[in-house]
Design a protein. Structure first.
Length: 309
């Protein structure tokens, strides 16, 4: 009887060890899972609930108002202008940043002297670009008596009122975003190194020049990476906040008031969490829709290895 009990306990221990070995992975991901549930999923769903409330942080308990916050946004020109400015900002920055980062990556893919040094130097702005110090420097560079206007004066041109013109102000934050092209450049550089040299050799034998090789070999072969950078840069552009807040403060005449800046102002200056949550959800729907369109369009222009098209 005692031997039977010992054998039974041994079997249970073995079963427990097998169960633990099969589910040990859950223990490792538990910290991330708890962080995701409490710091991402809960605020995400809670903001959807707030968007249907008349919720002010320092007033009486919130009341349910349905879609009134959303209707207020669509009926207020200031709010709709912020979405328009955000679209304009994304439309300018994403193509410029992709084209410039691909151009630099293509040059740095050649065997040049000190190429590793240049790769490092071109990547540095991506590390520093979002910092407060760089935004302050950027504001100083484009100031009325800043470096850019001083250079224009030296060349005989009139200085440009960068911060006083609604036409030029948007370009200040656009150029700052494009200047941070290092991360996209590194990804493009890795993709370029994956293109087979045999393709270029065959093209040279057929008489193709560098321009033909770039547009008919390089670009088609790296379209998956172009697609990846397009999606990531699109999401980043629509969420831009630091440059508009630190450099232009949304001016002049709200010409650089991005929707993320307006969400911040409504949530933490006016304390209207309901309206801010509705703005955030409209932004989420816009980004999700554009991302879905991009994914649907990839079958027409993205080439994957082994794809018969």
């Amino acid at each position: 009887m005692q031997k039977a009990n010992q054998a039974d306990r041994q079997v249970r221990r073995m079963d427990l060890r097998k169960y633990a070995s099969r589910n040990i992975g859950f223990l490792y991901v538990l910290p991330w899972l708890l962080g995701f549930l409490f710091f991402t999923a809960y605020p995400f769903l809670n903001s959807l609930y707030y968007s249907f409330l008349d919720y002010n942080l320092f007033k009486e308990s919130p009341g349910f108002i349905g879609f009134e916050n959303y209707l207020t946004i669509f009926q207020t020109s200031k709010y709709m202008k912020a979405y328009g400015v955000t679209f304009k900002y994304a439309l300018l920055t994403v193509p410029l940043k992709l084209a410039f980062s691909l151009f630099i990556a293509y040059i740095l893919n050649f065997k040049l002297r000190f190429v590793n040094f240049f790769r490092t130097m071109y990547y540095v702005p991506s590390i520093l670009g979002s910092s407060v110090a760089i935004s302050v420097v950027w504001r100083f560079v484009f100031n009325q008596d800043g470096m850019i206007n001083s250079l224009l004066k030296a060349l005989g041109f009139d200085p440009i009122p960068w911060f006083g013109s609604s036409t030029y102000a948007i370009w200040i934050i656009v150029l700052l975003h494009v200047w941070q092209f290092g991360s996209a450049m590194v990804i493009f550089l890795a993709a370029l190194k994956g293109v087979s040299p045999d393709l270029y050799e065959a093209a040279e034998i057929d008489g193709a020049n560098k321009a033909h090789q770039f547009f008919y070999i390089t670009v088609p072969m790296i379209t998956p990476v172009i697609f990846y950078n397009l999606i990531t840069q699109l999401c980043t552009a629509f969420q831009e906040f630091n440059s508009a807040y630190l450099i232009t403060q949304g001016g002049p005449m709200n010409s650089t008031t991005l929707i993320s800046l307006l969400i911040y102002q409504k949530a933490f200056k006016s304390y209207d969490m309901g309206l801010a949550s509705a703005m955030a959800w409209i932004l989420f729907i816009i980004v999700a829709t554009l991302t879905a369109i991009a994914f649907l369009s990839q079958k027409y222009w993205v080439y994957y290895s082994g794809d018969e098209r």
